[in-house]
Design a protein around this ligand. Structure first.
Ligand code: NAD
Length: 307
């Protein structure tokens, strides 16, 4: 078996070493295409490989057409909208992601931004503490669960809304499940967003929903920019000078937010949630392990496309 790492933005060396160890221990060959600048390089590299590990790299019809021996593509990370799933299915290729490997990194960043916001962005003025405050976790998936774990240590009163996760699973973590997003926003001093971008969630974080938040509400977004109705949120934040918004996904209207909500708004310059040495290594090694398990045992646990 021949496994290709195709990364426009390479993994850290330690991650590549870890991947190599997994792949070679299985008796497979590892080949590397890093920092490629032309799509032609990718099309050439995929020609004879059976598996590909990617990060944000685009795997579309053209790549799948060129990869005649390909059986599996693993996106080292959570999001996989860079892979054409329908085309992969049509080509008989299994697509997987590596969920959960960067969840702690994202959750820690959410708290980094949360503390920065309640301490007034370190502007020298007295802020507030998180202990005893009500935290609303909007979607109780991999990241949401890590946020709950950290919030417990801080001493927050934790609520969660998830459209699909059973309430019993939320309760089992000592978190109070609520019945709707409305209820969550109405109740919580801080809401941390962890919903995926789907047709239902697109622009769902809007004027009316965020306006339910109590005075001095703080919205923390480490999820996706597509879920925010930027126009609505901007209008609300201009009307309600008490609200704060911090995000790891720079809005289209970043400059407007920065100008109109000065002192109450922050965006990372680029998405940084999963950008830790640990997450980088974990996701790469998980991808390698999933490829080995797929070929050796037919394990498709993390498959994201239809057969
Ligand atoms: P996950 O798939 O583990 O969890 C998502 C949760 O959302 C699931 O529990 C699901 O039931 C729930 N959900 C889906 N639709 C919903 C809806 N309409 N209302 C309420 N809940 C809904 O995903 P995750 O790994 O926890 O990632 C969460 C978010 O974080 C995603 O948007 C992902 O893209 C983003 N993310 C960001 C970074 C970053 O660098 N900032 C890194 C990784 C993931």
């Amino acid at each position: 078996m021949k496994v290709l790492i195709a990364t426009e933005k390479p993994f850290a060396k330690v991650a590549v070493d870890g991947i190599r160890k997994e792949i070679e221990a299985a008796g497979y060959e590892l080949v590397l295409l890093e920092k490629y600048t032309e799509k032609a390089q990718l099309l050439d590299a995929v020609k004879d490989v059976n598996a590909i590990i990617i990060r944000s790299d685009i795997v579309d019809k053209e790549v799948l057409d060129a990869a005649k021996e390909l059986k599996i593509v693993v996106r080292a990370g959570a999001g996989y909208d860079n892979v054409d799933l329908a085309e992969a299915t049509a080509h008989g290729v299994c697509v997987m992601n590596t969920p959960g490997q960067n969840s702690n990194a994202v959750a820690e960043l959410a708290f980094g931004m949360m503390i920065m916001a309640v301490r007034n962005f370190y502007n020298g003025k007295a802020g507030t503490e998180l202990m005893g405050k009500k935290l609303g976790i909007h979607a109780y998936g991999n990241v949401g669960r890590n946020v709950a774990r950290i919030a417990k240590g801080i001493g927050m009163d934790i609520y969660a809304y998830d459209a699909f996760c059973p309430k019993e699973a939320i309760k089992a973590d000592g978190v109070t499940p609520v019945d709707s997003a409305d209820e969550l926003y109405k109740n919580c001093d801080v809401v941390s967003l962890h919903i995926p971008a789907t047709p239902e969630t697109r622009k769902s974080i809007n004027y009316d929903l965020v306006n339910l938040m109590p005075k001095n509400g703080l919205l923390v977004n480490t999820a996706r920019k597509e879920v925010i109705d930027e126009e609505g949120l901007l209008k609300l934040m201009e009307e309600r000078q008490d609200l704060k918004y911090v995000t790891d996904i720079m809005p289209e209207k970043n400059e407007e937010f920065a100008a109109k909500c000065a002192g109450r708004y922050f965006s990372t310059p680029k998405k940084m949630g999963a950008q830790t040495a640990e997450a980088n290594i974990n996701a790469g090694i998980a991808a390698a392990k999933q490829i080995v398990a797929y070929f050796k045992d037919g394990c498709e646990k993390f498959r994201v496309n239809k057969k």
